[in-house]
Design a binder for this molecule. Sequence first.
Ligand code: DGY
Length: 328
Amino acid sequence: MPRERLSVVVTRRLPEVVETRLSELFDVRLRDDDTPMTRDELAAAMRSADVLVPTLTDKIDAGLLAQAGERLRLIANYGAGVDHIDVATARQRGVLVSNTPGVLTDDTADMTMALILAVTRRIPEGLAVMQKNEWTGWAPTALLGGRVGGRRLGILGMGRIGQAVARRASAFGMQIHYHNRRRLRPEIEESLEATYWESLDQMIARMDVISVNCPSTPSTFHLMNARRLKLMKPSGVLVNTSRGEVIDENALTRMIRAGDIAGAGLDVYEHGTQVNPRLRELPNVVLLPHMGSATLEGRIEMGEKVIINIKTFADGHRPPDQVVPAML
Ligand code: DGY
């Protein structure tokens, strides 16, 4: 007798090839429009599906998990970060959680470099001059930025993405420093020519650029708080392509306005789309709408990972990218 196909609910629109493949393999319900599901819609999906495929815009907390039906066995997140999912409660309820690590590493690291260059070389200001048709010609002192080569880059969080940033920044001539929960193995440190700082405070005080690449967890919430931001050099630049919650956004805004920090490049915000309006007004701040992993290739590979996780689970095995609370 053919096995019944798993019922899968996808909460957001995904690239067409991913949706097509999901439909071929599973009894899938896709989203018609690209708005996030409401809490009620999510609860209804979790009551009826075997597998939920959410994204970072869906908050799957203990309250929602309590409403999940008996059938729900897997939350196959479309994305690497799982800070929007209460993984511990899911586990207690026998619901596995998987994610899509690795496939967005290079794209996110590229975007980190783009932000470092955009802020230090004042790219948006140059673009604005051109778009407003205000360019009067080359001038020896116009729009002078700073050279990235030779600057000290402090990477906060030296996982896959942090290391990919290190490789790129090193090719640009930057000196690589890092702080991480665990020190890297000596051979990796050596290949990256990276200097480890056990003390985050001491690292911050000595860097020209800080890049946030750690996940959002209770222990990284406001890791860059007002006290630590004050340790930065006044010429320092802060870049974040990870999660907004790691930085106290109001403190950062105040300090950039006061000239205590030279600039920032942000792809993520503490309160999602509610970006501090004062940040938008600052010429030395480059803001992007969470585009770090936004390449078609990356988003298709994320979909492939989701499919592999569901299929492996359907075949009675542990999804290769299962997330367990101890990893967080
Ligand atoms: C993720 O997958 O968590 C990323 O933030 C998406 O860009």
